[in-house]
Design a protein around this ligand. Structure first.
Ligand SMILES: Cc1cc2nc3c(=O)[nH]c(=O)nc-3n(C[C@H](O)[C@H](O)[C@H](O)COP(=O)(O)O)c2cc1C
Length: 408
């Protein structure tokens, strides 16, 4: 995958930076073009001259061009390089730079680039064991993963400090394989396509403090939005209330009730090529929510009866007007899955239905993995093995892409 690819290699001020020239050499040997971007601290550990020599390109470090530099012809390098690259890898990534990227700092060339990037961002944290296990570093890594960055775990072993534990930069061949694996998964094959994704639960109010909801975490929909954006699509994510960060380059619209989701989805629908409805939309809402908190002391008797009414069927209404858009739905079934999903596929005029059962090991709401079966209008059924929600997302997008190609 590396042949002909353009790699931005970010080098930061960790002891493992001395290995960076070897990493550049391996990328170059595999046929990639490498542009090195280094922090000021990195230059304490490895010289720009060494990196420029092996990459055969001037190393970029400073944000602002020097007036006396005859090569300073581009004043927006942090944007230009972000558009040039197929992938950016920061290796080694210090605790300091992980924190800066996680929180959107853009105080040097490397972090500005990370923020402006349109391609996948991969990170290889490397540091002393205590810095790595520190809660703040771990939280920053979680933030980065949730925002759609690819993070390779450091290896365990003896560290520069003499301490032993996780923190070592992975061996060069593992880093090369890591980048290769990401490039294999992420092609910019959805560029120019516009995709609407829904995610999460809806909350149907009973009174100002209580609601009827469900256990959807939103992880499946967010994985789809992330994967679609990485593949170059313009992504709008309509999300119910969830505790997840918005993936990079995704436009997010927050809603609470099924009615709000219905309005938002129909507004966006006109401008998209495909809709993937993974949200767990409530079938029913409370008919008469009250605007003051219900107090048990003031309610007569031991029982409280709520009257529910049907919510709009968003999928069905989209199916009725979809024309040449691709429409994907999800079916969450605990019994008679295939039969019910087939029926839903037909009733709602879908191009694909993704069936899952929350009771299967590795599937379900809060899990990072899923086990799904794809069903198509032609009667085709494909059962996928247990895989990450990100991988499931890519398989769904492969189907969306081939249906779009077939439609046009
Ligand atoms: C000898 C030495 C080795 C260091 N090694 C690391 C390291 O492996 N990982 C790390 O996160 N920080 C390390 N640091 C600390 C960073 O250099 C420091 O946090 C710096 O601000 C990082 O800047 P940068 O992220 O902009 O490159 C080291 C510092 C020294 C003096």
């Amino acid at each position: 995958m590396l042949n002909g690819k353009r790699i931005l290699l970010g080098v930061t001020g960790g002891i493992a930076a001395y290995k960076s020239p070897l990493l550049v050499r391996e990328f170059v040997k595999a046929g990639a073009e490498v542009q090195v971007v280094m922090t000021r601290s990195a230059a304490q550990f490895v010289t720009p001259l060494a990196l420029a020599t092996v990459s055969k390109r001037e190393v970029v470090s400073e944000m602002f061009p020097r007036p006396d530099d005859p090569n300073s012809t581009s004043w927006t390098k942090h944007i230009d390089l972000g558009m040039w690259a197929d992938i950016m890898l920061v290796a080694p990534a210090t605790a300091h730079t992980l924190a800066r990227i996680a929180h959107g700092f853009a105080d040097d060339m490397l972090t500005s680039l990370a923020l402006a990037l349109r391609c996948p961002l991969a990170l290889a944290p490397a540091m002393d064991v205590d810095m790595f296990l520190n809660k703040t570093t771990q939280q920053n890594i979680d933030i980065l993963k949730e925002s759609g960055c690819f993070v390779i775990d450091p290896e365990e072993g003896e560290l520069a400090s003499g301490l032993v534990g996780p923190g070592r930069l992975p061996e060069i061949d593992r880093l090369v394989a890591f980048v290769d694996g990401i490039l294999e998964k992420i092609h910019r094959d959805l560029s120019g396509k516009s995709i609407l994704v829904t995610a999460g639960p809806t909350q149907e109010p009973i009174d100002p403090v209580r609601y009827i909801g469900n256990r959807s975490s939103g992880k499946m929909g967010f994985a789809i939005a992330n994967a679609a954006a990485l593949r170059g699509a313009e992504v709008t994510l309509v999300s119910g209330p969830v505790y997840l960060r918005t993936p990079r380059s995704v436009r997010r619209i927050d809603v609470s009730t099924a009615e709000e989701m219905n309005t938002a989805v129909h507004l966006e629908f006109e401008n998209v090529d495909a809709v993937i409805m993974s949200a767990a939309v409530a079938d029913y809402t409370v008919a008469n929510p009250v605007n003051k908190k219900i107090k048990r002391e003031t309610m007569p008797g031991d029982e409280l009866t709520l009257t529910l009414k049907k919510n709009p069927d968003i999928l069905k209404s989209l199916g009725e007007k979809k024309q040449n858009r691709v429409l994907v739905g999800f079916a969450l079934e605990t019994d008679d899955g295939i039969k019910n999903a087939k029926e839903k596929l037909r009733r709602k005029n879908l191009d694909l239905i993704v069936l899952n059962n929350p009771n299967e090991p590795g599937a379900g709401f809060n899990s990072d993995t899923n086990v799904v079966t794809f069903l198509t209008p032609a009667g085709q059924a494909e059962h996928l093995p247990l895989m990450s929600k990100f991988d499931v997302a890519n398989r769904i997008l492969d189907r969306v892409k081939s249906t779009l190609t077939w439609l046009t």
